[in-house]
Design a protein around this ligand. Structure first.
Ligand SMILES: NC(=O)c1ccc[n+]([C@@H]2O[C@H](COP(=O)([O-])OP(=O)(O)OC[C@H]3O[C@@H](n4cnc5c(N)ncnc54)[C@H](OP(=O)(O)O)[C@@H]3O)[C@@H](O)[C@H]2O)c1
Length: 274
């Protein structure tokens, strides 16, 4: 290493996004690092991993549909990614590919901007990969977690595997509370609209409400939460913090978070233009 000039990092996804490109490249430039970041769109996990080895790509962010299936092609899986059951970051150290999961780090750092987590009562809605990483992070930070999910068997399985409680579908949330923190992690609200799974009665003044949905930044859930005096955290904060953590894994340096944040805001403005 390096196997290319500049050193190549990037991401693989069925549908490549632009936020990672904006954040990572802005931080490389601000720090004068000879690195470049490219978002690759591919459905072929095996070929993408082979390309990483052949070209000496230093780091790759991994999103759908690759998060679980990439695990079979790597040399090592870090303990946390194994516990979460998904990899969202691969680091290439002289040809040895290690899979990490940093979704949970992004979530916990985003929550800590608004609240301490130790001993707090947290509700997590959803039982997919995003919810699983969030539950893992909250448990690691010392929160008491209750899971809510439409399909009981999936919610109960997630809760049991991470040692927390499953309480039912999202509409029973007010009766199961109160909660200091509510984290929504389903695709409901993605792309806009007025749908939300969180009943208004669960939104109390001072409750911290996180919506993992990244776009729009202000979802129907966050609008309702703000109207009821909650503290809100948009999903893009999780993306920002996980990008910063990935940057450190790839370069060995801590990025300037304000540079990454400005680049993310600019990308969001470009994205929302008609
Ligand atoms: N901000 C970030 O950095 C970040 C990172 C990861 C994920 N995310 C976001 O988190 C969300 C979930 O992602 P994921 O990868 O975990 O997705 P996923 O694996 O597809 O999760 C699906 C979950 O959503 C539930 N669900 C889907 N549609 C529903 C509906 N109409 N009503 C009730 N529940 C519904 C499913 O319930 P059933 O079990 O009943 O089917 C399941 O629990 C997405 O919006 C994604 O963009 C954000």
């Amino acid at each position: 290493m390096p196997s290319s000039h500049p050193v190549l990092c990037g991401s693989i996804a069925g549908r490549p996004g632009r936020f990672g490109v904006a954040m990572h490249n802005a931080a490389y430039q601000a720090m004068g690092l000879d690195f470049v970041y490219v978002a690759f769109g591919t459905e072929d996990t095996a070929a993408a991993v082979a390309a990483m080895r052949a070209l000496g790509i230093r780091g790759l962010g991994v999103t759908m549909p690759h998060k679980q299936r990439i695990m079979a092609y790597l040399d090592r899986i870090d303990q946390t990614a194994r516990a979460i059951g998904a990899v969202n970051t691969v680091v290439n150290d002289d040809g040895v590919l290690t899979g990490y999961n940093v979704d949970w780090v992004g979530a916990v750092r985003a929550f800590r901007e608004k609240t301490d987590l130790s001993g707090k009562a947290a509700a997590v809605i959803g039982a997919g990969g995003g919810a699983r990483a969030i539950v893992y992070g909250l448990v690691d930070a010392g929160a008491r977690v209750t899971v809510f999910n439409r399909t009981a068997s999936l919610g109960a399985a997630l809760a049991a595997s991470l040692g927390v409680t499953y309480a039912g579908p999202p509409d029973v949330l007010p009766a199961a509370g109160p909660f200091d923190l509510i984290a929504h992690a389903t695709p409901v609200g993605l792309g806009g609209g007025d749908d939300t799974l969180v009943p208004e009665a669960a939104l109390m003044p001072g409750t911290v409400v996180f919506d993992a949905v990244p776009v729009p930044v202000e979802t129907a859930l966050l609008r309702a939460a703000e109207a009821r005096g909650c503290l809100t955290i948009p999903g893009v904060r999780m993306q920002l913090h996980q990008a910063a953590y990935q940057f450190a894994l790839y370069t060995g340096r801590e990025p300037d978070l304000t540079v990454m944040e400005s680049a993310l805001q600019a990308a969001l403005r470009r994205d929302s233009r008609p």
